[in-house]
Design a protein around this ligand. Structure first.
Ligand code: ASP
Ligand code: CP
Length: 326
């Protein structure tokens, strides 16, 4: 869908439903602080409704097409659960090889097909920019569920919602991102989204070959958010309020030998976490493949499983918003 422009003259909260109705969600760049506060408010209400009554009919009769060209457990199933908890239904294409994609059908044609049957499309695809291409072909809203190494905006929305629910604030925080900052699309979205808040400091800890891309650092820098780069956690762990751990994205390496050099570069365990604050949290978009020791899972600071659950409420909020029912 062409993105309608927000009316800057409306006070926060007024006519927000109209702002998001029919809109695509392609990048975190679409979200202002007021938008985020609105999403968090709706997600918080969704949480309460799920806890009280489980399933309700806000999107009864609406259909979601869930189109995944790359593997997914959380994003795919939480969008399905979100739609079904709101009383809607889902066309799931989780394995595109069994669809006409394997006969050579293009992404725009696949999207045009699905929108004949569905009211909203969620897309994960290995190429950066694919969600924007899909949105151009579609008249119905397209939600980007990860476009290659580009962005994963709904993840960043659930990540910021997690920080809000867990720490009670998004201002005045130090966030340390650890691991594969080059190929990890979740950190590309999260770093950008955090620029909406005041007194946020970002530390990037990674092997030299997996540093945060310059393009992202430049955008964050333009918003005057301080950023520092490190190869070790030592100097920054003690000041960290949110430690955001990522998986080294094996599938994105051109040379497997490079992956071998950096896999297992960092492992968070109870011993290391003795040097962190008591009231901080550890997050991870998941799946983890050894970056966080399971010995740490019972620590109250381990927020990564709660983070997955928050994803359900945020995705319920986003579906309701783009379908005009929030
Ligand atoms: N699940 C996240 C993503 O799809 C993170 C990861 O796979 O490591 O980007
Ligand atoms: N966090 C995330 O996107 O998980 P999946 O890859 O399992 O969807």
């Amino acid at each position: 869908m062409p993105t309608p422009t927000l009316n800057p003259h409306l006070p926060f909260g007024e006519n927000k439903q109209a702002d998001w109705y029919g809109k695509d969600i392609l990048s975190v760049k679409q979200f202002s602080r007021a938008d985020l506060e609105y999403v968090f408010g709706v997600a918080h209400e969704m949480r309460g409704m799920v806890e009280r009554i489980g399933t309700f009919d806000l999107l009864k009769g609406k259909i979601l097409a869930n189109l995944f060209y790359e593997p997914s457990t959380r994003t795919s199933s939480s969008f399905i659960a979100a739609m079904e908890r709101l009383g809607g239904s889902v066309i799931s294409i989780n394995e595109v090889k069994y669809s006409s994609v394997s006969k050579g059908e293009s992404l725009p044609d696949t999207i045009r097909t699905l929108e004949c049957y569905a009211d909203v499309i969620v897309l994960r695809h290995p190429e950066t920019g694919s969600a924007a291409i899909a949105a151009k072909a579609a008249k119905k809203p397209v939600l980007n569920a990860g476009d290659g190494v580009g962005e994963h905006p709904t993840q960043a929305l659930l990540d910021t919602f997690t920080i809000m629910e867990e720490l009670g604030r998004l201002d005045n925080i130090t966030v340390t991102m650890l691991g594969d900052l080059k190929y990890g699309r979740t950190v590309h979205s999260l770093a950008r989204l955090l620029t909406n808040f005041t007194n946020v400091k970002l530390n990037y800890v990674s092997p030299d070959i997996l540093k945060m891309p310059k393009e992202v650092m430049d955008e964050v820098g333009e918003k005057n958010v301080p950023q520092t780069e490190h190869s070790s956690l030592d100097k920054v762990l003690a000041e960290t309020d949110v430690l955001y751990v990522t998986r080294v994205q094996k599938e994105r390496f051109e040379d497997p030998a490079d992956y071998e050099k950096v896999k297992g570069a960092y492992v968070i365990d109870p011993e290391i976490m003795k040097h962190a604050k008591k009231d901080m949290i550890v997050m991870h978009p998941l799946p983890r493949v050894g970056e966080i020791s399971t010995d740490f899972d019972d620590d109250p600071r381990a927020a990564y499983f709660r983070q997955m659950e928050y994803g359900l409420y945020v995705r319920m909020a986003l579906l309701a918003m783009v379908l005009g029912k929030a």
